[in-house]
Write a protein that binds this ligand. Sequence first.
Ligand code: CA
Ligand code: CA
Length: 231
Amino acid sequence: MKGWLRGLLVLAMLLVVTGARAENNCLVIADFDSGVKPNNIGGDFGAWDKDPADFTQTCFESFSSTQRRGNSGFSLKLDYDVDSPNSAYNGFWMKLNGADFSKYKKLVIWIKGDSSKGYTKVAKLEFKNGKGEVGKYYISDIGDDWKEVTIPFLKIAGITDFSKMEELVLVFEDWRATKKEGSIYLDDINRVSTKLNLASSLLGGVNVNYLDEFDLVFIKVKCIKYRVLYS
Ligand SMILES: [Ca+2]
Ligand SMILES: [Ca+2]
């Protein structure tokens, strides 16, 4: 058998045997579809204010059946107001009950503004873990339509350990909000890993849970090497 043909066969066998394909492994944290608390992993949630005694700054949560993702259930609606003579910030908190994020690569949140009431295009997300660490991530370009916000855990500055996550907090800040009073909807908060069905031995013992699209390129390069080796 010619060398290049044998190389191609080896490559084909590797792909067949290992079933090299990526699939999204997704775990739902909150879809709000029950219309009641808690979230899908048993965590409580609600709106919060920096100063509950200051009635010029408020945030209220409710469930919306008209603005939601999908054909049934609810989204979460936040009516916020950080227009105050005092320093103002408020938002939404959600308990994660010590959930292990370490085997996942990113968090996905769907978010949109209320076109009739108006809304800020920018909001801050905070992540808190069991060690007391706080990570921050800014969501920008919020619009009239549902937007999928994908937050790779690698980009959350401040968190070194994702194995025990305690809380997720959305913050409307008066100094950063592009509109100080308005309404925002949230839906389908998920943990996502791009998981590959590959024999980890092929990759020298790499934990396949941590692979993503970039790793696929690496695998292709590795397969091409096999082909070169056998041709
Ligand atoms: Ca929903
Ligand atoms: Ca106000």
